[in-house]
Design a protein around this ligand. Structure first.
Ligand code: MG
Length: 357
């Protein structure tokens, strides 16, 4: 099989449900831009994936990825994965661009095999429980209201993205625990908003409130800072989400004792090929590799590997909006269609694209 064409289409949509994050982080933009990558083969099979940016993605696909791909065998995912790393050495790709080609190649491979991707990646399970991963709400009362809505919707696990104020967030986490009782799994995600002192204060409060994990409280630049944190806390510290360098970097977090659970995702770990490497690396140390973020690619990954416990689905708005893939029992079920799961209407896409090549 040979790649005979590579196209990209940027679309721009008004953000359907606006939301905010912790202090210091940008809120959702008024418009959301995405760039679809379409890889065409001489076998009549096409692979799709979606980058979460507009102009940057379009530029990198046109200038670097397309020339690398044309004429290659799309089934040689390992070879092409390493070639993307070589391009990264020249361009320093944003890490969300590292997996865009790989995901489309897995789409092609799975369509050629007439199977959904997760069955090729490992096929560990047929469904996975989703946790409700909140955006940041204005008050404690609103967070409790949203938590009630999540429980009524069938969720049994909730993760907070709160305000980025260690004392206020600690109080919120403890109030939420009292509100939902001991049987609901609660997690907290700091989105790298704290210094080491605030991080420790908040971590101790989360331990007291029996939280399942403490996620990315600091930027992931200093492995030493994370090692000190892991030494000081009993609650599992979940990190290496946005750190660059895929499994090469995650290996150092693990070897230094700077993490108790690691993050993996197609999005930040170089597609499904990189995400699997991270998951298997963690498994060899009997650590979990919790899948970060949403989307069909991550659903396939969640279903493929053993050492991940949930699918993360973002809860926005009040009343809450929940992704349609999450069933009333909070389970996400395996897709039956061959491929990765994108169902793109090419004619409609060509009409609405604000830029293409
Ligand atoms: Mg996170």
């Amino acid at each position: 099989m040979k790649i005979i064409a590579v196209h990209a289409y940027t679309v721009r949509n008004k953000t359907a449900v606006p939301y905010v994050w912790r202090k210091g982080l940008l809120a959702s933009d008024e418009f959301t831009e995405q760039t679809w990558l379409r890889i065409v083969t001489d076998a009549g099979i096409e692979g799709w994936s979606c980058a979460v940016r507009g102009a940057i993605a379009l530029d990198l696909i046109e200038r670097r990825l397309k020339p690398m791909l044309l004429g290659k065998n799309p089934l040689q995912k390992e070879l092409l994965w390493h070639e993307v790393w070589e391009l990264d050495r020249i361009e320093e790709f944003p890490i969300y661009m590292m997996g865009v080609v790989d995901a489309a190649l897995w789409d092609i491979t799975a369509k050629a095999a007439n199977l959904p991707v997760y069955q090729l990646l490992g096929g560990y399970r047929d469904s996975i429980e989703a946790y409700a991963s909140t955006v940041t709400y204005a008050t404690t009362e609103e967070f409790l209201d949203v938590a009630d809505q999540c429980l009524a919707r069938g969720f049994k696990a909730i993760k907070l993205h709160a305000w980025g104020d260690a004392r206020k967030d600690a109080a919120l986490c403890q109030t939420l625990r009292k509100h939902v009782g001991p049987d609901i799994a609660l997690m907290y995600d700091g989105s790298a908003g704290f210094d080491p002192y605030e991080t420790l204060y908040l971590g101790r409060a989360l331990e007291e409130a029996d939280y399942l994990w403490y996620e990315e409280p600091m930027r992931e630049f200093s492995i030493n800072a994370y090692k000190r944190l892991c030494d000081q806390l009993d609650i599992p510290v979940l990190a290496a989400e946005t750190s660059d360098g895929c499994h090469y970097n995650v290996a150092d977090f693990i070897a230094q004792g700077a993490v108790d659970m690691v993050r993996t995702s197609w999005f930040y770990k170089g597609g499904l090929t990189g995400a699997l490497r991270v998951a298997h690396l963690a498994d060899s140390f009997q650590l979990s590799a919790e899948v970060h973020g949403m989307g069909v690619e991550n659903i396939q990954l969640c279903l493929a590997i053993k050492n991940n416990h949930y699918y993360e689905t973002l809860i926005k708005g009040n009343p809450i909006h929940v992704e349609p893939c999450v069933g009333p029992d909070a389970l996400v079920r395996a897709p039956a269609a061959p491929g990765i799961g994108h169902d793109v209407d090419l004619k409609a896409l060509e009409k609405v694209a604000v830029a293409k090549q």
